[in-house]
Design a protein around this ligand. Structure first.
Ligand code: PMP
Length: 789
């Protein structure tokens, strides 16, 4: 229809033009004659249902069964050709899909044009009858629902590469045209029903239509509903029928047609989820599609009742068939009203796989969740953050979101180093999970590629990689390697350090000891705290004096019968208050320890992967060469993966008496995640970016310190930043960081606290934090500190 043609036509005339398509009314004799004359088939013939076409079942004398399809007079040969071409295309690219099989005419054509008694010409095709039977939405098993979803997606995939000019034709069943059906509302006499349909169209127009053009679209079947699929006795899908509504439209419309009646079931949401899961197993639904699905379903119901109503009045011959479409639809409309459209929408979108982020999905209350956490996880688990705990449901970049959609600037979590839910990491994980996830006792390229990439970042000599799943595990392994290599059984860690949660590493984590006795083989040194500690920043050589403490620790170990095994250093001193000592500290510590025969373990779980803003690894800031390097947390941006990189000879010694294997360690999915993180760090130059943001943050904090006497000292190693809070700069009486952390949370900014006195603000944002967000943090801190006076 040209635009000019539309001028001067009323909406009712327009909708009539869209719908007017009297079904053919051949007599049985006429149909039998066509079957015989044109297709050479003689046998018992009986009418079948149909909307715009007239269909007949034909049982030929040979025993073969056929369907004779007499097309609507409105359907041109071009449209028929498109349908046939599409079916052939599917047959070629997806031969496993049970599409109907066309039977050639006597002349060898795909269709014949037949004049019938009424003088009209109809195009007629003959198909082999497909095996199987129809199932109803209420009676089909969930397995059959899943099968329908899967086949709907497979058919969409098969049609991806198909195109025809005719696919742009006007069709009443094009969901995008639902608002054009509005003039038909008058046919509904019951005002309650009329209102429900009108609201569905209003919502569609307001919420869906503006988004629809942005969804992926292609030529689709467009009517893969239960009337057009058959199933075997054991409910496997056995036939896909009727390509008569084929158009170019949003792909999701196929799923809408497949799921149109499912919500009538007592387990409607579960059935819809099963359908969507079946579909997504082949073609994952996009979030936008899942979001729009609820209102697309309502639009489809509106089309069902309006078009069937129109056909019932205008074409009595097919009235019974058309009336069948309305079955159960009013119940489903009523369900929307009963639930309220918002809640209904949230539930349906969730069933379609949308993560529950909607404010309307009625999340359980914070107190319910917290109570369940206490009950199920027990009292040994670290307590929740915040007086009023956070329930988070989504992350994106440097922001986290609660179920109400409230946004929090994440300046605390050092794991999502390249930003929460980074699409490239997510895609890498998904793609590999789709293919294979096994273990490193089989050969696979990804863990090897990852290992090589890690070795390439290390000083020469650190050339052997062992994978596990957490920082604790690789520190535990480091301890075993060090013991085997040195023969020493003594470990040194700094006071208030944290190195993990296994039996051994908990023993290396004084932060967690809480009165439990120090393990016999562990000695402590003071962390290099130039602010509160024994040696102050003002004294020259203060850091070296801290390093010298190591000799005392070695002697202490010796007095208990332990020779040096491993010295563990968190290169960010993150549990000790974020200390950032000058390089000579680690150089000296390393020299003293290695010359005493111990191995130095650089625990890069916190500082690794560029947090320093200048180097990939924290130990590089001082130029030392550790014997073993452990890494975890940000390595997979949240996907569990950890590694130890060590000297060959150390691993060889261990291997003489031990072997090492971790079921999940370095599996292909974990490796894909970690490789994506390395790629992003490199391609987006995030280490340098972190350095720049660190400068900006540092300068801003310095300005705040001029105005807020509570800031005692600012220590910064890239985007690991500690702000020492004091009541008075002279007395240095610590000011607990808790209230500041809470105040920032109330302003939508998340930071933590650390240090033995709990008075250090711990700021560790994802490295992708931008200038605006740094400024937001600074402004928020400014206003919280102003309330502390
Ligand atoms: N080492 C350091 C320095 C850490 O901060 C942590 C975790 N906080 C670990 C080791 C242990 O890592 P995980 O929790 O992954 O076992």
């Amino acid at each position: 229809m040209s635009e000019l043609g539309e001028i001067g036509r009323s909406p009712l005339e327009r909708v009539r033009a869209l719908l007017e398509s009297p079904p053919p009314e051949l007599t049985l004799q006429e149909a039998a004659a066509i079957a015989k004359d044109e297709f050479g088939q003689v046998g018992a013939i009986a009418p079948l249902g149909g909307e715009r076409d007239q269909n007949f079942a034909l049982q030929a004398g040979s025993g073969q069964r056929f369907v004779l399809k007499v097309s609507n007079a409105n359907d041109s040969a071009d449209v028929l050709e498109m349908q046939i071409a599409a079916m052939r295309h599917v047959g070629e690219v997806a031969p496993y899909l049970p599409v109907m099989t066309l039977v050639s005419s006597r002349e060898g054509g795909d269709w014949v044009a037949c004049q019938v008694a009424k003088g009209q010409t109809h195009l007629v095709r003959l198909f082999q009858e497909s095996p199987g039977r129809h199932l109803s939405a209420r009676s089909m098993s969930l397995a059959a629902v899943a099968e329908l979803g899967r086949n709907s997606a497979l058919l969409g995939r098969a049609l991806r590469g198909f195109f025809s000019d005719q696919a742009g034709r006007e069709l009443a069943w094009d969901l995008r045209r639902v608002p054009e059906l509005r003039p038909l509302l008058d046919q509904i006499s019951d005002p309650e029903r009329r209102g429900m349909v009108a609201r569905a169209i209003d919502d569609f127009e307001e919420l869906v239509l503006p988004q629809l053009g942005g969804l992926r679209a292609q030529v689709i079947h467009n009517d893969l509903c239960l009337s057009n699929v058959l199933f075997t006795e054991d409910q496997r899908l056995s036939a896909i029928l009727d390509f008569g509504d084929l158009i170019h439209a949003p792909l999701i419309c196929d799923l809408v047609a497949s799921g149109e009646h499912l919500l009538q079931r007592a387990d409607g949401l579960r059935a819809l989820r099963t359908l969507a899961d079946g579909y997504s197993a082949v073609t994952p639904l996009e979030d936008e599609e899942a979001t729009l699905l609820p209102d697309l379903l309502r639009a489809r119901w509106a089309a069902l009742v309006l078009i069937s109503g129109w056909r019932i009045t205008h074409y009595p011959a097919t009235a019974e068939y058309a009336a069948g479409w309305q079955e159960g639809v009013w119940e489903m409309f009523r369900m929307v009203d009963e639930w309220g459209p918002e809640r209904w929408r949230a539930q349906v979108a969730r069933a379609a796989g949308l993560p529950s982020v909607s404010p309307t999905s009625e999340p359980p209350s914070i107190s319910e969740l917290a109570a369940a956490r206490g009950r199920l996880f027990g009292p040994a688990l670290s307590p929740l953050f915040y007086r009023s705990p956070l329930h988070l449901v989504r992350g994106e970049g440097v922001f986290l979101f609660d179920p109400e959609g409230r946004r929090y600037l994440d300046c605390y979590n050092n794991v999502p180093i390249v930003g929460h839910a980074h699409p490239r990491v997510v895609a890498a994980i998904a793609r590999q999970a789709h293919l294979l996830n096994t273990n490193v006792r089989y050969l696979h390229q990804l863990p090897l590629e990852l290992a090589q990439r890690l070795v390439d970042t290390m000083p020469p000599g650190l050339d052997t990689v062992m994978f596990a799943n957490s920082g604790s595990e690789v520190n535990d392994l480091a301890w075993r390697l060090a013991r085997a290599f040195t023969g020493g059984t003594g470990a040194v860690v700094s006071n208030h350090a944290y190195h993990g949660s296994t039996w051994v590493t908990a023993g290396l984590s004084p932060e967690e000891w809480r009165g439990e006795p120090r393990p016999d083989q562990v000695a402590l040194i003071s962390p290099p705290d130039g602010y509160f500690g024994e040696h102050r920043r003002e004294e020259s050589g203060w850091a070296l004096r801290y390093a010298a403490e190591l000799d005392g620790a070695i002697q202490e170990l010796a007095s208990r019968g332990h020779r040096p095994g491993a010295l563990f250093v968190d290169t960010g001193w993150s549990s000790e208050g974020i200390l950032a000592p000058p390089p000579e500290y680690l150089v000296e510590l390393c020299r003293r320890w290695q010359s005493a025969g111990g191995l130095l373990v650089a625990d890069e779980v916190q500082m690794g992967f560029g947090r320093s803003g200048s180097q990939l690894w924290g130990f590089q800031l001082s130029g030392i060469v550790p014997d073993l390097v452990t890494m975890g947390k940000p390595m997979g941006n949240g996907h569990p993966v950890a590694a130890l990189v060590g000297r060959r000879e150390v691993v060889e010694r261990f291997a003489q008496t031990n072997s090492w294997f971790s079921t999940f360690g370095g599996n292909p999915v974990a490796a894909a995640a970690a490789l994506a993180v390395l790629d992003i760090l490199e391609q987006d130059q995030l280490v340098a970016h972190a350095g720049e943001m660190s400068q900006r943050l540092g300068a801003g904090l310095d300005r705040l310190a001029e105005r807020h006497p509570a800031i005692g000292e600012i220590r910064r190693a890239g985007l690991l930043v500690g702000v020492e809070l004091v009541r008075d700069r002279h007395t240095k009486e610590p000011l607990p960081a808790g209230p500041v952390v809470e105040g920032l949370r109330d302003r939508g900014v998340l930071v933590g606290s650390t240090g033995p006195r709990g008075n250090v603000l711990k700021i560790r944002p994802p490295l992708v934090i931008g200038e605006e967000e740094v400024d937001l943090l600074l402004e928020s801190l400014d206003s919280v500190l102003a309330t502390m006076r």
